[in-house]
Ligand binder design. Sequence first.
Ligand SMILES: Nc1ncnc2c1ncn2[C@@H]1O[C@H](COP(=O)(O)OP(=O)(O)OP(=O)(O)O)[C@@H](O)[C@H]1O
Length: 145
Amino acid sequence: MDRIGVSFLDPLEDYELIHRIGCGTYGDVFKARNIKTSELAAIKIVRLDPGDDITSIQQEITMMKECKHKNIVAYFGSYHRNTKLWICMEYCGGGSLQDMYQGWLQRWLQWKRRAATTTCAISGLLASLPSSWPSSSRPCLTSTP
Ligand SMILES: Nc1ncnc2c1ncn2[C@@H]1O[C@H](COP(=O)(O)OP(=O)(O)OP(=O)(O)O)[C@@H](O)[C@H]1O
């Protein structure tokens, strides 16, 4: 951990936890605030037990440290304290890509249902037109609900 610049100081000296925002393969993720700068952060807290293979976590930290781009979550630092590893990073208020995808999917399904309902209503209305109505002036409805 030393090798990748993890601090052994108390993370609660630097961050206050606000609430839990999610949970991943390695542990819970919390919304937090940097006490000195008031900047928001997301902190992943991973429980480390003696004998755990920490290679993949070290790789995740190393990768986050090296990836510096405006479209990639920024890495703020890590702390190893009392069997817990705190990985601090930029807070993304829009949620995960999966959350966004679920939102789009729901909206699209809702829109599709509304379109089908409207089509049915208009079809019913057209069917109720008097048969004496000249076919040349009947509106034509085509849809693929
Ligand atoms: N930087 C962040 N800003 C805001 N929310 C985040 C951030 N990172 C993670 N989260 C939230 O925490 C949840 C868990 O994230 P985490 O990266 O631990 O798990 P994951 O996305 O399932 O990936 P993994 O398989 O690596 O654990 C996400 O789904 C997201 O809602």
